[in-house]
Design a protein. Structure first.
Length: 256
């Protein structure tokens, strides 16, 4: 049974039908998300057939970086002048610093050693292996798992965590385990065809809830002024989501 504040199955299925509209709404909400429609199409209809076919292949570093771009709305391939620590708005997630640059700094051989996930490996084992990569924590690792296995592996989006009653996403391996279990139960009890379908419905519901229908929501950040962000203050949040296995942060942390 759903939590009282969670969307009903009817509401989720209605939200899934509006997924494309939700992408457009989210893309229009901020300049940093302008490429979301294109990137979502790339992730689902171009990247997946390329690497997750009947004979799965490893992600390249460039593909890993663009996958992060899908999640974070940080422009890829920064010019030298743009390679300073920046914080930009995300597309499918929240505000995070420098993660595309970190992802692109991984050696090709290391990325290839983690992808594709071993078919016989437990999901937790595969997730932990992916979290060894710079800039990759449980949320992005779950996106990679979902890329290769959309039937059973959900992407851990903030909207999905809220929609299934977990509240604020907990970006740790333990938090991912809770999320996956809750998504599995919801999927089985409500007859969803895949975890990807359910997550897309949850994400679309969250966008519709926040921004309203197509063209009906406020621009992100328009409701109130944004407080000046300190990189040092924001980094522990990024550490939980994208580098959970790393040591505690210091001001000169390599994983900042």
């Amino acid at each position: 049974m759903s939590h009282p504040t969670c969307p009903t199955d009817a509401e989720l299925r209605a939200a899934l039908a509006k997924y494309d509209a939700s992408l457009a709404t989210r893309a229009a909400a901020s300049k940093a998300s302008a490429d979301l429609v294109e990137l979502d199409h790339w992730f689902r209809t171009e990247l997946r057939p390329t690497v997750a076919s009947s004979a799965p292949t490893a992600l390249s570093v460039v593909q890993l970086g663009r996958l992060m771009d899908w999640k974070l709305a940080v422009r890829l391939y920064p010019t030298p002048a743009q390679r300073t620590p920046l914080i930009r708005a995300s597309q499918r997630g929240k505000w995070r610093p420098k993660l595309v640059q970190l992802a692109l700094s991984n050696p090709d051989a290391l990325v290839a050693s983690c992808t594709p996930p071993e078919p016989t490996a437990q999901s937790k084992t595969a997730l932990n292996a992916l979290c060894v990569l710079k800039g990759i924590g449980p949320a992005t690792a779950s996106a990679i798992l979902s890329l290769y296995n959309p039937i059973d592996e959900p992407f851990m989006s903030d909207e999905a965590c809220e929609a299934i009653g977990l509240g604020k996403a907990e970006y740790t391996v333990k938090g991912w385990e809770k999320f996956k279990d809750a998504m599995r139960k919801r999927g089985e009890s409500s007859g969803w065809d895949s975890q990807e379908e359910l997550e897309k419905a949850c994400w679309s519901w969250g966008v519709q809830k926040k921004f309203g229908g197509p063209g009906g929501g406020a621009k992100e950040g328009a409701a109130k002024p944004t407080k000046k962000r300190s990189v040092a203050k924001d980094e522990p949040v990024a550490a939980e989501e994208e580098a959970s296995a790393r040591p505690s942060r210091t001001k000169k942390s390599k994983t900042s």
